[in-house]
Design a protein around this ligand. Sequence first.
Ligand code: TMP
Length: 213
Amino acid sequence: MKGIFITFEGGEACGKTTQLKLLQQYFKEKGTDALFVREPGGTALGESVRHLLLTNEDIQMCGKTELLLFMASRTELYEKTIKPALDAGRIVVADRYYDSTVAYQGSARGVMDMEDVLSLNLKFLDGLKPDLTVYLKIAPKEAFLRKENMPLDKMEREGLTFHQKVADGYDYMVQKHPDRFIVIDATQSIEDIHKQIVTAVEKLATKSQESEN
Ligand code: TMP
């Protein structure tokens, strides 16, 4: 695969959506072709699964089923969208990828050992690892304050203990894969965070250009 694969990760209310919009704008202004996708979602099947997982109040499911549905959505997105785009040499930016499953279903839900969640994912994704993962780190207590008065989906309604375990899962992945993670303090100003993301993305683009030459 010739393209560049960037993922964004973080707990609830970390400001991911805002930063993704700013990065999209940045690429647009530079005339850089980049494809933005989100998880769960990004395909017709993925968006249905997203509804089932996050907003449908009638259907409750066990943790293992939840894990499989997140992975089904990801596999579909990978096969139909991510892989073809990377093969065509494009930049792909994903709003969440397998680190989310490790943190939410592995660490927080405790469905399966985190390493097993990771290797299971890699089997379905031809081993595709992100070139860069931007992790917007925020303490769950702080995130809960940000979420006050906002409508919450099923995952957001989980308690503080659950979201602390999500954060622990991310810390585990950062520690294991320091080469691809950039950890950004999500309590900084929107502009400061954006600058740090752009610096990391430009560094990666230069590195990938150098390795092509
Ligand atoms: P978001 O689009 O606002 O980030 O919401 C997606 C929600 O789904 C968020 O609570 C994290 C959760 N999630 C998982 O639990 N496992 C996964 O594998 C993914 C991709 C998301």
